[in-house]
Design a protein around this ligand. Structure first.
Ligand SMILES: CC(C)(COP(=O)(O)OP(=O)(O)OC[C@H]1O[C@@H](n2cnc3c(N)ncnc32)[C@H](O)[C@@H]1OP(=O)(O)O)[C@@H](O)C(=O)NCCC(=O)NCCS
Length: 331
């Protein structure tokens, strides 16, 4: 049987940095409040002419190179994003495929907000283990700054832009296999994180723009509580179901939304600081890109080596959540 393995990682952030001090000049906030409540110091912001697929392309080229592959070797491209190049059509994956110079392979987006990368990973795993595909590029790419309302202090201090990409390949080596993935959703909380305007519920109109419904909204405090509870349960189940102990995990790489959420979940399950990967301070919340960007950060810092077991977990709009137990099978 073919197993799915996590072969390589890459990431890219746009050049421009928006600091807490910059935000103090735009909205009624302070470096102290943002740091204390979220742990965020900086976030990267894409240029006016830079789209999610542009960021994704840079990350994908790095991941391909590290896997010793070119885009022609790919059987499928999956992009996770809530800030794609276009509203619904064409998919960002199709635009990315064109930018990578490949055609005649399937390319599609998955929409699971901040859990998008884990949903994409789970989709890639299923295609590979069914024997239908061998080499799949998965990308989390976000140009969230284009959907952030910079007059709303409750959201604009949190989000940033960036992309992360991974190559998932078939392997016969059971030690390399992605051990387990769990994904889930609960639509009863659909209004906790929402971009209300532009879809078939509120089609694009002067009303939508006047009411600023085309920007992301979040019930931060409510989301915070559900996130901590759900993520803790999810990660505990993942460890239990796979008969491992926390000592078997080299790196715990959670979605980077808020330092307090990460710390609360880490403390509840008993993760040590040296196992934790934290990038929220320098990138903010980059939604579907946050986990692959954090994996890349650990890789480039020399913290992730061949065979190291990663525990990934994410939570986001939908609401959606998921976790994955993944050995790093790259070099
Ligand atoms: C958004 C978040 C940082 C806010 O922190 P919090 O401790 O919950 O803060 P609250 O929303 O309760 O707001 C507390 C106060 O700070 C104020 N405030 C909100 N944003 C502020 C800002 N940028 N600067 C200063 N004050 C701010 C609020 O107006 C409120 O004031 P009030 O008490 O006078 O009404 C936090 O709730 C969070 O991270 N939520 C979850 C995000 C998440 O995980 N999303 C899912 C994945 S994307």
């Amino acid at each position: 049987m073919a197993y799915a393995s996590f072969r390589s990682i890459g990431a890219y952030v746009p050049e421009k940095i928006l600091t807490n001090q910059d935000l103090e000049k735009i909205v009624d906030t302070s470096d102290e409040w943002i740091t204390k409540r979220s742990g965020i110091k900086n976030r990267h912001i894409s240029a006016d002419d830079q789209t999610a697929s542009d960021l994704g392309k840079e990350a994908a080229l790095i991941a391909l190179k590290r896997a010793g592959m070119t885009a022609e070797d790919l059987d499928m491209i999956i992009v996770a994003s809530i800030s794609g190049d276009y509203l619904f059509m064409p998919s960002t994956a199709c635009v990315l495929a064109d930018k990578l110079g490949v055609k005649n392979i399937p390319a599609f987006d998955v929409l699971a907000a901040c859990t998008g990368f884990i949903y994409a990973l789970s989709t890639a795993k299923a295609y590979i283990e069914s024997g239908m595909m061998k080499n799949i590029l998965i990308v989390g790419a976000e140009a969230l700054s284009k959907f952030v309302d910079y007059s709303d202090r409750t959201t604009c201090v949190l989000f940033g832009d960036g992309a992360g990409a991974a190559i998932i390949t078939a392997t016969d080596n059971a030690d390399e296999r992605i051990r387990d993935i769990h994904i889930s959703a609960d639509g009863t909380y659909q209004d906790f994180l929402i971009t209300p305007g532009g879809g078939s519920k509120h089609p694009c109109s002067a009303y939508v723009t006047d009411e600023r419904l085309h920007f992301m909204k979040m019930k931060g405090n409510e989301t915070f509580k559900v996130a901590v509870r759900t993520l803790t349960n999810d990660v505990e189940e993942m460890v239990k179901n796979n008969n491992i102990t926390l000592d078997d995990i080299k790196l715990f790489i959670p979605h980077q939304a808020n330092y307090r959420i990460i710390k609360a979940v880490g403390d509840a399950i008993g993760i040590r600081d040296d196992q934790l990967v934290l990038t929220v301070d320098k990138f903010g919340n980059t939604s579907a890109a946050s986990i692959p960007m954090a994996i890349n950060d650990a890789y480039e810092a020399g913290r992730l080596k061949t065979g190291d077991l990663m525990l990934l977990d994410a939570f986001g709009g939908g609401l959606t959540w998921g976790s994955a137990l993944v050995p790093y099978a790259g070099k």
